[in-house]
Design a protein around this ligand. Structure first.
Ligand SMILES: Nc1ncnc2c1ncn2[C@@H]1O[C@H](COP(=O)(O)OP(=O)(O)OP(=O)(O)O)[C@@H](O)[C@H]1O
Ligand SMILES: [Mg+2]
Length: 327
């Protein structure tokens, strides 16, 4: 598989009245063509900011990418002009957000929103773009396309709106789709349908996907590889199957224990990870998880563990990675 996206030592800060907030702190990872990469982590761990950094959409001020490289298709896109970035966003990389109403325009029909993208970026004629819109809606499982196209977003259900967002996101056959919590606003059955749909579509159009979620159960099922973020850093990167059975970071272990598993006896209560996430405006000495970690040693409190190889294509930032039990 060829490398599509390569992120090297990326750091994104917010310059806030409380001080410099290190939202994304020196992260590196790759995405191959056609690969599905899941990013998991608690609220505030930097998942969305890392995605917005790729899209060139970090609000500036107060945010700024302060170092690193984002190589997409062989080019460092951090060096791109605004207009070049806009083109890249419409054609090559597209993003699906958590709440579709924030992206769909409430005063335009679905048809306008779909055909506008197609006419502007693919230079289709109105007739061509209308027929392509119908085709896209049927790809995302909307049967009555002609009727739906005439509707305004607020008249549709949440699941339907998310399908429309996916239709817009795939309309120009992007090489990479970033889906940021695409299903949290939906109920559980619809969630599964949308995730199945995303997986089928990315494989049909041959695009890669980064899927961001709180739920390790979701990534285990849908992703090829999983990145775990904690306090702005990537603390584990592993093939999806392996991380589920053999995590090598205590934080990942904690997340896994908090997810209901089909293959384990039902517990009365799910475990939660005690303690709170680090304050990203403070500089922390040692491992930023040590205050919450049951395996923490003296060394963990003094020295930040490097990201090291712990298995085949499996990396973890933990001094005690060989002591982590099965979940
Ligand atoms: N516009 C902003 N101004 C200041 N700080 C911000 C801004 N956007 C994000 N942050 C901070 O950056 C950090 C990372 O936020 P981010 O949105 O990436 O978290 P997340 O992992 O996506 O969380 P969630 O799961 O809740 O979506 C947080 O501490 C957040 O408060
Ligand atoms: Mg987020």
């Amino acid at each position: 598989m060829s490398k599509l996206l390569e992120i090297n030592n990326l750091s994104t800060n917010f310059f806030t009245p409380r001080g410099i907030l290190k939202a994304v702190n020196n992260i590196s990872y790759n995405v191959n063509s056609g690969e599905i990469v899941g990013i998991v982590g608690e609220s505030g761990s930097g998942k969305s900011v890392s995605a917005l950094s790729i899209m060139g959409l970090v609000p500036n001020p107060p945010g700024k990418i302060i170092s690193g490289e984002i190589i997409f298709n062989g080019q460092n896109i951090l060096k791109f002009s605004n207009s070049k970035m806009r083109k890249l966003r419409s054609k090559e990389i597209s993003m699906i957000f958590q709440e579709p109403m924030t992206c769909l325009n409430p005063v335009l029909t679905i048809q306008r929103q779909l055909t506008e993208t197609l006419e502007l970026h693919l230079k289709l004629t109105p007739k061509q773009s209308f027929s392509r819109s119908k085709e896209l809606l049927s790809m995302v499982g909307i049967p009555d396309a002609e009727r739906i196209l005439k509707n305004f977003p607020h008249t549709l259900s949440g699941g339907m709106r998310q399908r429309i967002m996916i239709a817009i996101a795939i309309s120009c056959n992007p090489k990479l789709i970033i889906a940021d919590e695409p299903t949290t606003a939906l109920d559980v059955t619809i969630q599964a349908q949308i995730l199945d749909l995303l997986k089928t579509i990315t494989s049909d159009i041959g695009s890669a996907m980064i899927i961001i979620t709180h739920n390790l159960g979701i990534v285990a099922k849908y992703a090829d590889r999983v990145l775990v973020m904690y306090g702005g850093k990537i603390i584990e990167n592993s093939p999806a199957e392996e991380i589920y059975y053999s995590p090598k970071h205590p934080y990942t272990l904690g997340l896994l224990r908090a997810v209901p598993r089909l293959d384990a006896p039902i517990k009365n209560q799910l475990e939660t990870i005690e303690g709170t996430t680090p304050d990203l405006t403070e500089s922390i000495i040692g491992c930023n998880f040590s205050s919450r970690c049951e395996f923490s040693t003296n060394k963990c409190e003094k020295e930040d563990p490097p990201f090291s190889i712990v298995g085949k294509e499996h990396y973890s930032a933990c001094w005690e990675s060989n002591k982590i039990p099965k979940p």
